[in-house]
Design a protein around this ligand. Structure first.
Ligand code: GDP
Ligand code: IMO
Ligand code: MG
Length: 418
């Protein structure tokens, strides 16, 4: 059966690059938007006119009414959060029958956030700074073969048996603190399951049919530098966030992939702990945070801010096999006299790559460019940008080594320069 290729959009930094608004934009040309990993640790914001949506789990194609929304098998999802998000969308007039969930996705249960918090506390002075949503423990249960899938939710015996086993295991290792009673948890899980089961489908069959009959856009969550294998380990999330994760997260082969677009913030941010070579812990960093509204969508935490990091970006271009890029938040840099770009890493003076991040004797090389004074949020053509903004964009494009397809200059859907 011949099939269309699916295209992927991923974040190439530490998350919050503006994937939601770029997916919303591209989704117009697709029939299905599919999420492949993560859970409600993600917060994807879309602004259309006066309407502002912060999505956690439901794919960012939701404001394109013709698009089907698919939550793939690589995700981990809490039932209460999912129901709340579906209810909220329903109140906004969205037809939530468009939302489908793979039978292979895993359920986040209340004992997962409890374990997440306990683990962070146990790390003492050195926590990861997780979102506290239980994402890590849910993936641990999946890989440890103790998880409950959305497919399992239709089988009360399996749900009851696995919850009983998991609660008992946790009670013996961590005590009773924060754990619900077995009966209570089984009942509430089965009750929520009734609400969700109409959305649960055979995910592998669905995605292959979708590619055969139309066009599929795949939406990444988190950022490439938070990938559990290739990011700034251990300060990462617990899933494969890079484009390769789309194949395992949806049950499709590498030959099913067409283009891979990286969403690139014009500077860098990071929430949570861990190394961040281009971080600005000064007035300029404060300014970026203020101008860019850099506060976490999920936890409200202030995001750490810094210059664009070309070494990290090129590493991410390679990890994802990017074919193109979308640059976001260029408007936030307006008004800066000089703009820095990290163009090299050194360890005790010698040039090194991404793997050296965090070691002692590590330093960055910074190139400076002229800034521009005027606001650019009304610019709609790249050619109409102030010359210094155009030069900065060209420099980003040449450092990335892939074509920049679109540039956003404000949060609203129409605030784009092409
Ligand atoms: P995501 O997780 O990658 O989808 O990104 P988030 O939604 O968490 O964070 C991006 C934030 O920047 C959101 O508040 C967006 O509304 C906002 N945003 C997106 N693009 C632009 C832009 O071009 N300019 C400005 N000023 N804000 C933007
Ligand atoms: P979106 O999709 C930014 C970060 C957390 C923490 C680390 C591990 O909106 O870009 P976790 O709860 O996943 O175990 O936390 O990963 N993190 C994100 N940072 N954007 C995200 O998602 C993130 N999802 C997780 O802050 O440092
Ligand atoms: Mg976000």
């Amino acid at each position: 059966m011949s099939s269309n290729k699916a295209d992927i959009i991923v974040g190439i930094q530490w998350g919050d690059e503006g994937k939601g608004r770029i997916v919303d934009l591209y989704a117009e040309r697709y029939d299905v938007v599919a999420r492949f990993g993560g859970g409600d640790n993600a917060g994807h914001t879309i602004n259309v006119g006066e309407q502002k949506l912060a999505l956690r789990i439901v794919p960012s194609g939701v404001l394109q009414p013709h698009v089907e929304l698919f939550i793939g098998g690589g995700t981990v999802i809490g039932l209460d959060g999912l129901i709340a998000e579906l209810d909220k969308l329903s109140q906004l007039g969205v037809d939530i029958a468009r939302v489908r969930i793979s039978d292979r996705a895993h359920v986040v249960l209340p004992y997962h956030p409890a374990a997440d918090r306990a683990d962070e506390t146990a790390r003492g002075d050195n926590p990861i700074g997780t979102t506290g949503r239980g994402i890590g423990p849910a993936y641990v249960d999946k890989v440890g073969r103790h998880g409950i899938t959305f497919g399992d939710l239709s089988r009360a015996d399996i749900v009851a048996q696995r919850i009983a086993f998991n609660l008992e295991r946790r009670r013996s290792s961590q005590g009773d603190a924060g754990l619900p009673s077995e009966r209570e948890l089984i009942e509430s899980t089965l009750a929520s399951a009734q609400r969700i089961l109409p959305h649960v489908i055979d995910g592998v069959t669905y995605i292959h049919d979708a590619m055969a009959r139309g066009r599929v856009l795949i939406e990444g969550a988190q950022g490439s530098l938070l990938d559990v294998g290739y990011g700034t380990y251990p300060y990462v999330t617990s899933s494969h966030t890079i484009a390769g994760g789309a194949c395992t997260g949806l049950g499709i082969g590498p030959t099913a992939i067409g283009s891979v677009i990286g969403v690139v913030k014009a500077y860098c941010t990071r929430v949570g702990a861990g190394p961040f070579p281009s971080e600005l812990q000064d007035e300029t960093g404060e300014r970026l945070r203020r101008q860019g509204g850099e506060f976490g969508t999920v936890t409200g935490r202030p995001r750490r801010c810094g210059w664009f990091d070309a070494v990290a970006a090129r590493y991410a271009v390679a990890l994802n096999g990017l074919t193109g890029a979308a640059v976001t938040k260029l408007d936030v840099l307006s008004g800066l006299e000089r703009i820095g770009i990290v163009t090299g890493y050194r360890l005790n003076g010698a040039a090194v790559g991404f793997g050296a991040i965090g070691q002692s004797g590590f330093e960055v090389e910074i190139e400076e460019m002229d800034g521009w004074a005027q606001a650019i949020d009304g610019v709609r053509r790249i050619a109409d940008l102030p010359p210094a903004a155009g030069a900065y964009l060209e420099r980003l494009e040449s450092l990335l080594g892939v074509p920049v397809e679109t540039v956003s200059v404000g949060p609203e859907r129409s605030q784009l320069a092409r």
